[in-house]
Design a protein around this ligand. Structure first.
Ligand code: HEC
Length: 255
């Protein structure tokens, strides 16, 4: 080794200690929620989580149905505010809410409220003129709605992704195992996975069902794998019916 190389290596050893603590990693212990404001009686916890998952999927579909209008660069005001959205969403979930218990009704009302907030919060974005892709997608609505809903209820709604585009959607260990289960099991396996667990001292029910791709999802999540989509993310290389993520609900159980 010549002298100058030795100097460079010595300098590097000074700035890069061999056994450095890793940075930018998850802190150990702790849970995504600590104060469980809303709880569901154990007897109906599974059904409540399922109801929330179905309602969120219905909300996603409404955003999706407005996609052409939202991405039309010629349009300014889209007439798609929180009140309009909430009305359509409630109508689309009539069959769910008709059988809801009083606890379920109260929780669903907070879900509708959270979804409406997010549409109202995004009005400036939705109504931008002259730009087609405004990064207002069902998945973005759901992510922001989930955070608003968690703030008000302590119930966690997430959509962990197979290859996540937003870091909020990173799967935890149970979600990763569930993604793998649905990928292994193939297109016809859609039975939700329900487990009882604890977060700290709090018993919770964890409900997960698959989110599968439809044809209109493929410009971004389809083929060819690795090609940039219109937002710059690499396409996932998947087909219709393939698993892209999970609807994941974590709900405290108690009276
Ligand atoms: C215009 C491109 C585009 C289309 C079309 C699209 N997505 Fe996405 N998808 C994204 C982006 C961008 C995100 C990250 C959104 C965020 O959280 O801000 C995302 C996130 C997701 C996530 C959460 C995991 C993650 O990657 O962060 C799921 C699940 C998902 N999409 C499913 C779907 C499904 C199902 C469809 C069709 C109904 C669809 N997407 C259509 C671009 C797209």
């Amino acid at each position: 080794m010549d002298r100058s190389m030795a100097v460079v290596l010595a300098a590097l050893a000074g700035v890069m200690p061999a056994a450095a603590e890793p940075v930018g990693v998850a802190a150990q212990g702790g849970f995504p929620e600590y104060l469980f404001l809303e709880k569901s009686p154990r007897a109906e916890a599974d059904a409540t989580a399922r109801m929330l998952a179905k309602a969120v999927i219905a909300g996603r579909m409404i955003i999706f149905a407005h996609g052409a209008k939202i991405t039309d660069p010629a349009l300014g005001d889209k007439g798609f505010g929180g009140a309009v959205f909430e009305q359509q969403w409630r109508r689309a979930t009539d069959d769910l809410t008709i059988e809801a218990t009083p606890t379920q009704k109260r929780i669903l009302d907070k879900l509708f409220w959270a979804g409406r907030q997010v549409i109202d919060n995004n009005q400036d974005r939705i109504n931008v003129q002259g730009i087609a892709w405004k990064h207002f997608l069902p998945a973005k609505w759901e992510r922001e709605m989930g955070q608003v809903f968690t703030a008000r209820t302590g119930i966690i709604i997430k959509q962990p992704g197979r290859t996540y585009r937003n870091p909020v959607n990173v799967p935890d260990d149970v979600e990763r195992a569930t993604l793998e289960h649905f990928i292994r099991a193939g297109h016809d396996e859609n039975r939700p996975r329900v487990t009882f667990a604890t977060m700290g001292k709090q018993p919770v029910v964890r409900y997960m069902e698959p989110i599968r791709l439809l044809a209109p999802c493929l410009p971004c999540h389809g083929k060819p794998k690795g090609q940039p989509d219109m937002l710059g993310f690499h396409k996932d290389g998947l087909d219709t019916g393939d698993l892209i993520g999970l609807m994941s609900v974590t709900l405290a159980v108690g009276d």
